[in-house]
Design a protein around this ligand. Structure first.
Ligand SMILES: N[C@@H](CCC(=O)N[C@@H](CS)C(=O)NCC(=O)O)C(=O)O
Length: 101
Protein backbone atom coordinates (compact mmCIF):
# COMPACT_ATOMS: atom_id res chain seq x y z
CA UNK A 1 0.00 0.00 0.00
CA UNK A 2 0.99 3.58 -0.44
CA UNK A 3 2.73 5.17 2.51
CA UNK A 4 1.32 8.59 1.77
CA UNK A 5 -1.60 8.11 4.13
CA UNK A 6 -2.07 6.20 7.37
CA UNK A 7 -5.40 4.67 6.50
CA UNK A 8 -6.60 3.60 3.10
CA UNK A 9 -9.43 5.62 1.64
CA UNK A 10 -12.72 3.75 1.23
CA UNK A 11 -13.95 4.18 -2.31
CA UNK A 12 -17.55 3.26 -3.13
CA UNK A 13 -17.87 2.65 -6.81
CA UNK A 14 -19.68 0.80 -9.55
CA UNK A 15 -18.22 -1.32 -12.30
CA UNK A 16 -18.00 0.63 -15.56
CA UNK A 17 -18.93 3.96 -13.99
CA UNK A 18 -16.99 6.75 -15.78
CA UNK A 19 -17.29 9.11 -12.80
CA UNK A 20 -15.78 6.43 -10.60
CA UNK A 21 -12.96 5.87 -13.06
CA UNK A 22 -12.12 9.54 -12.92
CA UNK A 23 -11.74 9.33 -9.16
CA UNK A 24 -9.78 6.06 -9.41
CA UNK A 25 -7.34 7.71 -11.81
CA UNK A 26 -6.70 10.52 -9.39
CA UNK A 27 -6.24 8.18 -6.42
CA UNK A 28 -3.71 6.27 -8.49
CA UNK A 29 -1.99 9.42 -9.69
CA UNK A 30 -1.41 10.48 -6.11
CA UNK A 31 -0.45 6.97 -5.08
CA UNK A 32 -3.09 6.93 -2.39
CA UNK A 33 -4.01 3.56 -0.93
CA UNK A 34 -7.69 2.74 -1.13
CA UNK A 35 -10.17 -0.06 -0.68
CA UNK A 36 -12.79 -0.38 -3.38
CA UNK A 37 -16.32 -1.19 -2.32
CA UNK A 38 -18.36 -2.12 -5.35
CA UNK A 39 -21.98 -1.30 -4.66
CA UNK A 40 -25.20 -2.87 -5.89
CA UNK A 41 -26.05 -1.75 -9.43
CA UNK A 42 -29.72 -1.55 -8.52
CA UNK A 43 -30.40 1.98 -7.34
CA UNK A 44 -32.91 0.93 -4.70
CA UNK A 45 -30.41 -1.45 -3.11
CA UNK A 46 -27.66 1.06 -2.60
CA UNK A 47 -28.27 1.33 1.09
CA UNK A 48 -24.61 1.31 2.00
CA UNK A 49 -23.77 4.60 0.27
CA UNK A 50 -27.05 6.08 1.39
CA UNK A 51 -26.10 5.28 4.96
CA UNK A 52 -22.52 6.52 4.62
CA UNK A 53 -22.97 9.63 2.48
CA UNK A 54 -26.69 10.28 2.25
CA UNK A 55 -26.82 9.65 -1.49
CA UNK A 56 -27.38 6.67 -3.76
CA UNK A 57 -24.95 7.80 -6.44
CA UNK A 58 -21.32 6.84 -6.75
CA UNK A 59 -18.49 7.70 -6.53
CA UNK A 60 -18.27 8.30 -2.82
CA UNK A 61 -15.10 8.37 -0.76
CA UNK A 62 -14.52 8.13 2.97
CA UNK A 63 -11.13 9.47 3.99
CA UNK A 64 -10.52 8.64 7.62
CA UNK A 65 -7.21 10.48 7.52
CA UNK A 66 -9.07 13.76 7.35
CA UNK A 67 -12.57 12.79 8.48
CA UNK A 68 -14.05 13.62 5.10
CA UNK A 69 -16.93 11.76 3.45
CA UNK A 70 -17.74 13.05 0.01
CA UNK A 71 -19.84 12.37 -3.10
CA UNK A 72 -19.73 13.92 -6.59
CA UNK A 73 -16.71 13.13 -8.74
CA UNK A 74 -15.74 16.74 -9.44
CA UNK A 75 -15.81 17.57 -5.73
CA UNK A 76 -13.82 14.46 -4.89
CA UNK A 77 -11.17 15.26 -7.50
CA UNK A 78 -10.93 18.83 -6.21
CA UNK A 79 -10.63 17.52 -2.67
CA UNK A 80 -7.86 15.09 -3.61
CA UNK A 81 -5.99 17.83 -5.47
CA UNK A 82 -6.29 20.23 -2.55
CA UNK A 83 -5.43 17.66 0.09
CA UNK A 84 -2.83 15.47 -1.56
CA UNK A 85 -1.66 17.42 -4.57
CA UNK A 86 1.74 19.02 -4.49
CA UNK A 87 1.52 21.65 -7.15
CA UNK A 88 1.71 19.96 -10.51
CA UNK A 89 -0.12 16.70 -10.78
CA UNK A 90 2.07 13.69 -11.39
CA UNK A 91 2.09 12.22 -14.85
CA UNK A 92 -1.06 10.16 -15.23
CA UNK A 93 0.85 7.47 -17.07
CA UNK A 94 3.08 6.90 -14.09
CA UNK A 95 0.09 6.52 -11.87
CA UNK A 96 -1.41 3.42 -13.36
CA UNK A 97 0.87 1.34 -11.20
CA UNK A 98 -1.17 2.23 -8.11
CA UNK A 99 -4.51 0.79 -7.14
CA UNK A 100 -6.38 -1.21 -4.61
CA UNK A 101 -4.65 -2.29 -1.47
N1 LIG B 1 -22.66 14.06 -10.83
C1 LIG B 1 -22.28 12.77 -10.33
C2 LIG B 1 -22.82 11.71 -11.23
C3 LIG B 1 -22.54 10.33 -10.68
C4 LIG B 1 -23.41 9.30 -11.35
O1 LIG B 1 -24.31 9.61 -12.14
N2 LIG B 1 -23.12 8.07 -11.03
C5 LIG B 1 -23.94 7.00 -11.52
C6 LIG B 1 -23.12 5.75 -11.79
S1 LIG B 1 -22.04 6.00 -13.16
C7 LIG B 1 -24.97 6.69 -10.49
O2 LIG B 1 -24.67 6.45 -9.34
N3 LIG B 1 -26.22 6.74 -10.92
C8 LIG B 1 -27.33 6.50 -10.04
C9 LIG B 1 -28.17 7.71 -9.89
O3 LIG B 1 -28.02 8.65 -10.67
O4 LIG B 1 -28.97 7.75 -8.97
C10 LIG B 1 -20.77 12.69 -10.20
O5 LIG B 1 -20.08 13.37 -10.99
O6 LIG B 1 -20.27 11.98 -9.32
Amino acid sequence: MSERIDRPITFYRLQGCPYCERVARRLNEYDLGYHSRFIEPLHSERDVVKRVAGVRTVPVIVDENTGVTMAESANIVDYLDATYGEGDRPDAAAADAGGDV
